[in-house]
Write a protein that binds this ligand. Structure first.
Ligand code: ADP
Length: 523
């Protein structure tokens, strides 16, 4: 029985063949599918495609299974046909249609279909011929495209490994790094930005608009920073401070322009470097230098001031009895003036005493001491202070603290000064909180923190707090020496003193002191 396919079916076969050939398939897969379409579409029993493999004229089945098992003598014939490019003419009654694949005179292979439903299907033969016509030019470029494919695969692998390598470099950096494009979309986000308390995972960040991710900074400000770099093409550097649960941290933020094409800035790379440690060391060095300079200066002028002060004091004392011998109106004035001289003198004296205290070499004598006891003694000393009465005191002492090696008198002076400052800042009353414990960030230190609910410290004053003579108190109320003395005492104890403050919301001073292992020192 002869099956004659109609024009629609033929068109369907051809369009299906075309779709496989235009899809980016491997040659072998594409040919297998074409053969499959012919088998289904034409009701063919089997279709095979043989390729002549240049340059040795061997031939191969486009799919390995098409070659096995070859019918007796069949392979030989196919080889001849493929090599000579002369497939035998179709003969009536022969269900096989064989068409040589040729392009521009070059013999490329053979397409063979066994039409099971009969050899008389003219349209079937035409379809096979058309498919052969479509295949031929494509096969002539196989070699080229295979080369191209392997070249592309090689390049892709190279690019991939290059990308992985660059990615690894960026991820290994000890700085936070991200990249935004001109739409402010995040295009890269390194490992460091994923870690830490404010870490955000790469999956959550990449592709999103940066302002939706980094919300701590006002959008307008952040956008202006990017815009400046996009516009000027210059590197911008700034320093920022951030409050973290471990206290204030300092970061150096660098915004670097990146150009994908030659001239236009296409991306901005932002690098954030934690410079807290360096900043603290720098502050300590400059603080130490300043203190040393002041100490030398103070020691030099101290005597020069003390002597005239003593002379003035003696004169005032000598004059006092004479006041009674003056006429009352003048005597009263004299007495007022002498009192002013006396009080101004005692102010000078307290400054000189403070300076002396500051510049006098600190006793190196240290004894095992219980930090809670020292803090308790300091509190006791200010307990009877007038201003203390309006203040609520809260204490949270850790009773299980190891001993430290300390000069208790000197440390008492430190805590006294911190407490008095705290009380001063809480003019109308407030809460003074004293806490002792181990430093949560370092288990080789004890920590005493003195917190108040006072007016706080303006950000710009924080770097100046420990400078000698820095005071915001009214004349006569403060010498500006308390914190610098406290600083040098703590430093002599190999400790640290840190301050955190929100203007308007109080201040916290934390004193960190090293724990001494007395068992080791004794052995
Ligand atoms: P003085 O107390 O004589 O001014 P200090 O060196 O002790 O000198 O303190 C310096 C300055 O630091 C103070 O004048 C004040 O401005 C600020 N200060 C210190 N402690 C606090 C605090 N707890 N709250 C607010 N400001 C403080």
């Amino acid at each position: 029985m002869t099956k004659v396919i109609d024009g629609d079916a033929a068109l369907r076969v051809l369009s299906e063949v075309a779709s496989y050939l235009s899809a980016a398939l491997h040659v072998e897969d594409a040919l297998a599918r074409v053969a499959g379409v012919l088998e289904r579409g034409l009701g063919a029993e089997e279709c095979r495609i043989w390729l002549r493999a240049a340059p040795d004229h061997t031939f191969v089945a486009a799919r390995p299974e098409w070659a096995k098992p070859p019918p007796q003598g069949y392979e030989r014939n196919v080889a001849d046909w493929v090599t000579s490019g002369e497939a035998p003419e179709w003969e009536p009654d022969d269900p096989r249609v064989r068409i040589t694949l040729k392009h521009q005179g070059e013999h490329l292979g053979l397409l063979e279909c066994r039409l099971s439903d009969g050899p008389d299907c003219q349209l079937c033969r035409e379809v096979v011929q058309t498919v052969a016509n479509i295949l031929s030019p494509l096969l002539s470029s196989i070699e080229l495209s295979e080369d191209l494919a392997s070249e592309i695969a090689l390049r892709t692998r190279e690019i991939d490994s290059q990308r992985r390598f660059t990615g690894k470099i960026i991820d290994s950096l000890p700085v936070g790094l991200y990249v935004v494009d001109r739409e402010y979309r995040i295009q890269a986000w390194n490992r460091k930005r994923e870690t830490g308390t404010q870490g955000i995972s790469r999956d959550d960040a990449v592709g999103r608009v940066v302002f939706d991710i980094l919300r701590r900074q006002p959008r307008g400000l952040l956008q202006r920073e990017f815009d400046t770099v996009f516009k000027t093409g210059r590197i911008e550097e700034m320093e920022v401070q951030t409050e973290t649960p471990d206290g204030v941290r300092f970061f150096r933020i660098t915004k670097v322009p990146m150009r994908l094409d030659e001239d236009r800035v296409s991306h901005v790379i932002t690098i954030g470097e934690d410079i807290t440690q360096a900043r603290l060391v720098q502050q300590q060095v400059s603080q130490t230098e300043k203190l040393a300079a002041v100490g030398q200066l103070a020691a030099g002028v101290m005597h020069e001031i003390n002597n005239p002060l003593a002379t003035i004091g003696a004169c005032v004392e000598a004059m006092t009895p004479w006041v009674n011998e003056l006429p009352p109106r003048i005597g009263q004035k004299f007495s007022e003036y002498l009192e002013i001289i006396q009080s101004e003198m005692s102010r000078c004296k307290s400054i000189v005493d403070g300076l002396l205290d500051f510049s006098r070499p600190k006793s190196r004598a240290r004894y095992p001491a219980q930090i809670n006891q020292i803090v308790e003694d300091s509190l006791y000393l200010i307990k009877y202070h007038d201003r203390f009465k309006r203040i609520k005191v809260e204490r949270a002492f850790d009773d299980d603290l190891p001993l430290i090696s300390a000069n208790a008198e000197q440390l008492k002076q430190v805590f006294l000064d911190l407490m008095l400052n705290a009380i001063d800042s809480m003019d109308g009353g407030g809460t003074l909180t004293i806490t002792t414990g181990r430093n949560p960030a370092r288990d080789d230190e004890v920590m005493v923190s003195v917190s108040d609910t006072g007016m706080g410290i303006p950000r710009e004053n924080i770097p100046k707090l420990f400078e000698p003579f820095f005071t915001t108190k009214a004349p006569g109320q403060g010498t500006g020496l308390g914190l610098s003395i406290a600083y040098s005492i703590v430093q002599h104890h190999n400790g640290r003193i840190l301050v955190d403050s929100q203007p308007g919301a109080g201040a916290t001073f934390r004193v960190m002191l090293p724990i001494t292992d007395f068992t080791e020192t004794q052995s």
